[in-house]
Design a protein around this ligand. Sequence first.
Ligand SMILES: C[S@@+](CC[C@H](N)C(=O)[O-])C[C@H]1O[C@@H](n2cnc3c(N)ncnc32)[C@H](O)[C@@H]1O
Ligand code: SF4
Length: 392
Amino acid sequence: MYLKENIRDTSDARPCCEYRGRFLTDDPVTVEGYWNSESYKKLRELFNKRIMPHECQVCIDDEKNGIVSKRQDFNKDFYNEAKYFYDNKLTECPPPLYYDIRPSNYCNLECVMCNPHNSSSIDDRYRKYEDKSFFLMDDVYNGTHDDGWVDYLHKNAEHIRKVCYAGGEPLLMPQVINSINWQVDNGYSENVDLKFLTNATIFRSKWVDLFTKYKRVEFNLSIDGIGDTIEYVRFPTKWKVVEKNLKLFKELNDKYDNIDVKVIPTIQLLNFVGFHKLVNLTKTSGFKIDVTPVYHSQDKDYLHFTRLTQDIRKREVDLIRKELEDYDPKEHNFTEDMLISLEHNDFGLGEDHHLFPQIVKFWDSYNPRKFLDTFPYLDYLLKDSNSFKESA
Ligand SMILES: C[S@@+](CC[C@H](N)C(=O)[O-])C[C@H]1O[C@@H](n2cnc3c(N)ncnc32)[C@H](O)[C@@H]1O
Ligand code: SF4
């Protein structure tokens, strides 16, 4: 917000990837004017008064649940700079040091917790879906990719300390490899940390030589489960492919001092059961694991883990605890507070429960694995809430 630019296109550049809601709606946005736009200055004024707006709810919730939030993580990474802006309360800032670039929504997957705005495959699917009364969020993505932001980054390259590429799937995007080539060719890479959020279905052996030219490269692999679980929640992932890529990423991690790889699963209604198997896999394969709950998908709460009954959650958290007994605490982000909230937060169907049959019908329309065959223990979520309350 003072140091980091979060970029997709001119209609949806936001102060952070977790920022909930639209930003810059009143400003005439240009790439050049964005960083010190009125919207940005107003937001910095709030932070200067030590107020976290409700759009920052994901960090607020994480911190409440004992999870290190993006805000805290970032402030730790850029401690001196964050302290400078904290103390000096500026509203106009020098060019960003850290760019989070999402050049497009181009993606090969249709993860259940994602949306058309982030995945072209979900966008395509939804456009073909006959039931247009359905709620899928489709009002934000305008189908264009604005490379003006990449030019802006290059223009300010002398200030760059870190660039994160996400999307969509960054390892599939020509804008990403072009920008990396540009940074290497122009001598900036050795001062830059590179970060990727990737779905681990792709491994780019031809890019490895470029990675060695960077100060540091961090791969964050979004792997939300193993076997059938990942194949459902991150459709059409093939587990065998991810398994093979995990080995390649591990070799990369072990071979190059400047390359670090970790696994960053989300945890939610559909991958909670069996999550301990993923924890076991990362532990035994020597990966760090950083878990984040899904609070909202498409701004709705139908995948929240509190929709799982507490007896199921207790059983699963016990299994996770067992795995953690010999997992180096520096290698995972589970805290006691987080485990307690995963296990004990009150059960509730949530505000958007009534929409659940619609989203299940949507998933069942294309996924050969049908919802109830895959998650028979969730049948209560497809009964109407009144009959559930009566039988509960
Ligand atoms: C939108 S993806 C883009 C990068 C890449 N395609 C990937 O999956 O890693 C960025 C991250 O957001 C996570 N994510 C997707 N939907 C989410 C949600 N509703 N709540 C929290 N995290 C979510 C993904 O698991 C991934 O780690
Ligand atoms: S791989 Fe990433 S961008 Fe693609 S659908 Fe999944 S979470 Fe969304």
